[in-house]
Write a protein that binds this ligand. Structure first.
Ligand code: NAD
Length: 467
């Protein structure tokens, strides 16, 4: 288990240390290196110094190194998945899914190319467009997907010729340090740096004058600060932020068939997914039946340490989030009817019983805010236009789902949801070659697909006179 940071090609101890807690028991399982502002400066300076040589390599050369990192991580995937469960809490199968997803993601980015293209040519001129890297990228990530959020950023940043300073969330730094350990053997010094903080270096890193681009995933509140901090230097900024995704169930589905899909979409990773289902809207004709089906699934779900076989739902990742979710439960008890769960589990660690709440008003905190925990409100509707308006009445617009036996009806509703991605009769299908991102205050820019890769470059037009 690597406990050191990666700065200028070396695995280094920190100016300070940080305790990492296993959310399944609340106990410290690792004490690791933590940077101070001096080490942050060293990391940015190393990345800056490495940029000229790295950016001059070809896509093939850089892609080969990113591919080698994917291979090295794959060779240790069991160890990595166990570490992921230990620091983040998710069940083993979900952790392995994240690890494999992150490795495939690196391979996808390793294969990307942005060669110069002729975008216009006539008798008088030839116009070439070239995409050049930006410089040093700050990759700042949250605690819900501590492996995949990092690979999602370092893959495209590195392959396009940028150098990187990555900073994971303080409660889940171990996967990033695991990547650092393998990267130290592959990349030239300074190309990838990984530093750890206690939540105080994200600001200085993203505001640093030598950072050309910030790729940030986290809450909308922090995203606003990152956006503001980039204004002086007009930094390129990608923001992947919070969501409050609605699932709209149409009246032609079977509640029994649809309930497990909704339940999984809401409870995956204990509800700590930006794109998790966070509000379910069901028509009056099937409302009670659907609520009962969801409640039964919540009662039957196995909530346990993700490392234990059979665990379906793990703990909430950290104490602060756990207390926040307990606050949402209080709101649910006061304003709605709790059909299942409704409280914490009486055991060590940050466990909350999967909770289903009905008859709660749209104005309740649990409906308006992002709960980011295993608690789902189910709301009744009478009319399709009314429910579309209610679903769209949010500052967020990240994802959403529509469930119907009639695909045309499903697509018609999906087209009216003001979000970055809306799925019909499925959920969380995120191909790497399809851009993903938020509408409204769920973000700015896209990750994935050609657009996501291009976001780490700028257009450079060369206009040549031919006659
Ligand atoms: P957070 O905003 O608290 O922290 C995210 C990261 O920002 C951490 O690394 C943190 O240390 C750092 N940070 C803290 N203060 C900073 C500052 N002033 N400037 C720069 N960085 C700073 O988010 P979180 O609680 O770790 O993550 C949960 C949130 O992330 C949820 O809202 C979730 O929806 C969102 N999220 C979004 C996506 C997406 O793709 N849209 C994906 C995953 C999570």
């Amino acid at each position: 288990m690597n406990t050191r940071m990666l700065i200028n090609g070396e695995l280094v101890e920190g100016a300070a240390t940080l305790d990492v807690v296993n959310p399944a028991n609340g106990k410290v399982f690792a004490t690791i290196a933590r940077a101070d502002e001096g080490q942050l400066e060293e990391a940015v300076a190393a990345a800056r110094a490495a940029f000229p040589a790295w950016s001059k390599l070809t896509y093939e050369e850089r892609g080969a190194m990113v591919g080698k990192l994917a291979d090295a991580l794959e060779a240790r995937k069991e160890e990595l998945a166990q570490l992921l469960t230990r620091e983040q809490g998710k069940p083993a199968a979900q952790a392995m899914g994240e690890v494999i997803g992150g490795i495939y993601q690196l391979r996808f980015y390793a294969s990307q190319r942005h060669e110069p293209q002729i975008i216009k040519e006539d008798a008088k001129s030839r116009i070439l467009e070239h995409r050049t890297p930006l410089g040093v990228v700050a990759a700042v990530t949250p605690w819900n997907f501590p492996f995949m959020m990092v690979t999602q950023k370092i893959g495209p940043a590195l392959v396009t010729g940028n150098t990187v300073v990555a900073k994971p969330a303080p409660t889940t730094p171990m996967c990033a340090l695991f990547i650092a350990e393998e990267a130290a053997k592959i990349f030239p010094a300074g190309v990838l740096n990984v530093i750890v903080d206690e939540n105080e270096l994200g600001g200085p890193l993203t505001a640093h004058p030598d950072i050309a681009k910030v790729s940030f995933t986290g809450s909308t509140g922090t995203g606003r600060k990152v956006y503001a901090s980039g204004a002086d230097a007009l930094k390129r900024i990608t923001l992947e932020l919070g969501g409050n995704d609605a699932a709209i169930v149409l009246d032609d589905v079977s509640p029994k068939e649809i309930a497990p899909k909704l339940f999984n979409g809401a409870m995956i990773n204990a509800g700590q997914v930006c794109l998790a289902i966070k509000r379910v809207y069901a028509p009056a004709s099937i409302y009670d039946e659907l609520c009962d089906e969801l409640a039964q699934l919540a009662k039957d779900a196995v909530v346990d340490d993700g490392a234990n076989q059979g665990a379906q739902i793990g703990p909430v990742q950290n104490r602060m989030q756990y207390e926040k979710v307990l606050g949402f439960l209080e709101d649910a008890r006061e304003n709605g009817t709790v059909l299942a769960g409704g409280d914490r589990l009486d055991r060590d660690g940050y466990f909350i019983a999967p909770t289903v709440v009905k008859d709660i008003p749209d104005s309740a905190r649990l409906v308006r805010e992002e709960q980011f925990g295993p608690v789902i409100p189910v709301l009744k509707y009478d009319d399709i236009d009314e429910v579309i308006a209610r679903a769209n009445d949010s500052e967020y617009g990240l994802g959403g789902t529509v469930w119907s036996a009639d695909l045309d009806r499903g697509v018609e509703v999906a087209m009216k949801i003001d979000s970055g991605t809306v799925w019909v009769n499925k959920h969380l299908d995120l191909p790497f070659d399809v851009p993903f991102g938020g509408a409204k205050q769920s973000g700015i820019g896209r990750e994935g697909g050609d657009e996501g890769v291009s976001a780490y470059t700028q257009k450079h037009v060369v206009n040549v006179a031919l006659s």
